[in-house]
Design a protein around this ligand. Structure first.
Ligand code: X2X
Length: 333
């Protein structure tokens, strides 16, 4: 068989048609960015979610997941989701409070006794109130908040057994007035640092300690640069799944329904994964060299109360929001 230039082009052209049709970029090609390692359940479930959205939208919506601060720190990503530089972003309500003050209320120290209380509040009226405040700030927010978990304190210097152990401690906290206020009320010396800088800040001993749920301590390998883990359970934290408003409104209603359903479903699966991990990781982290202790929480709570922490924040959030919190937490202030 002889292949001349003409027959080659014809063959290539015939092949190229179906191939290029298959490789057509999706009608809606969106980015979802977050601050957690690719191995954290947030990203595992987000990748499944993106596959399910591609399948159910018949390829019309393609969401690319960017884990691990690949697109910048939380502070950067928050401005990107507002400007449309990224279409989706998950952020702790406490950090979001720099834009939406009410959003940090779910992180008030020792407010939730357990996950039942958390989901009752966050899938109930308190969560509804926070979402309406987020919407007023011109961001889209999905119904189901994703879990970060109950937070524990790690240090390189000594375990935290009683509140006095925090005195003067250089502790990294996320960028959020509530976090700074809470650890100041506990007499520590908190420094606001984005998560993207935490590992190196601990490694270079810019700070002695930090606080995070076990699933983060494990997947971000913070145990490599910390010695002690004190199971203080001092607050619960979750991630609101945020969307850029203009990008969301570009999606026709049928696609919005598909996307929202899969995001919320993935969030529920992520919650189950994180709860299971936070319950089981202690053994694993022990074997990696972290020393654990379980302090009593009442003295920490009493210390916060004596420092007027609860009363101060009640007056900032106002009666309405505080009432919704206390409906689940019981009396705090
Ligand atoms: O920054 C943190 O510590 C983290 C990962 O828990 C949050 O995103 C709030």
């Amino acid at each position: 068989m002889t292949i001349n230039r003409r027959s080659f082009l014809l063959t290539a052209g015939a092949l190229a048609l179906p191939l290029s049709a298959f490789a057509d970029p999706a009608e809606f090609s969106y980015k979802y960015a977050n601050n957690l390692p690719a191995t954290h359940p947030m990203n595992v479930r987000a990748n499944e979610m993106a596959d399910a959205i591609r399948a159910d939208s018949k390829g019309r919506v393609d969401i690319q997941v960017f884990p691990n601060n690949q697109l910048g720190s939380d502070t950067d990503m928050l401005s990107q989701v507002r400007s449309g530089g990224v279409e989706f972003f998950t952020l702790s309500g406490l950090i979001l409070s720099t834009l939406v003050p009410a959003a940090s209320i779910s992180g008030i120290g020792f407010a939730f006794a357990d996950y039942d209380a958390v989901w009752k509040a966050m899938d109930g009226e308190l969560g509804g109130y926070i979402r309406s405040e987020i919407t007023k700030a011109n961001l889209v927010v999905m119904d189901r908040i994703w879990d970060n978990g109950f937070r524990q304190i790690t240090t390189s210097s000594h375990p935290i057994v009683v509140p006095a152990d925090l005195k003067g401690m250089k502790l990294r906290v996320p960028v959020s007035p509530l976090w700074t206020s809470m650890f100041k009320a506990l007499d520590a010396s908190p420094t606001s640092i984005n998560f993207s800088e935490v590992y190196s800040a601990l490694q270079t001993k810019v700070v002695e300690g930090q606080e995070n749920p076990l699933a983060v301590i494990s997947t971000a390998k913070l145990y490599e640069v910390q010695k002690y883990c004190s199971l203080t359970n001092h607050m619960w934290d979750g991630f609101w799944f945020l969307g850029n408003k203009a990008a969301w409104e570009r999606l026709p209603p049928d696609l919005r329904t598909i996307v929202a359903r899969h995001i919320n479903d993935a969030g529920l699966k992520e919650r189950a994964d994180v709860a299971a991990l936070n319950a089981s990781l202690k053994t694993d982290l022990l074997s990696k060299g972290l020393a654990f202790n379980q302090p009593q929480t009442a003295p920490f709570r009493d210390h916060l109360r004596a420092a007027n922490f609860y009363a101060d924040w009640k007056s900032k959030y106002g009666e309405k929001a505080w009432g919704l919190l206390e409906a689940v937490s019981g009396k705090l202030a």
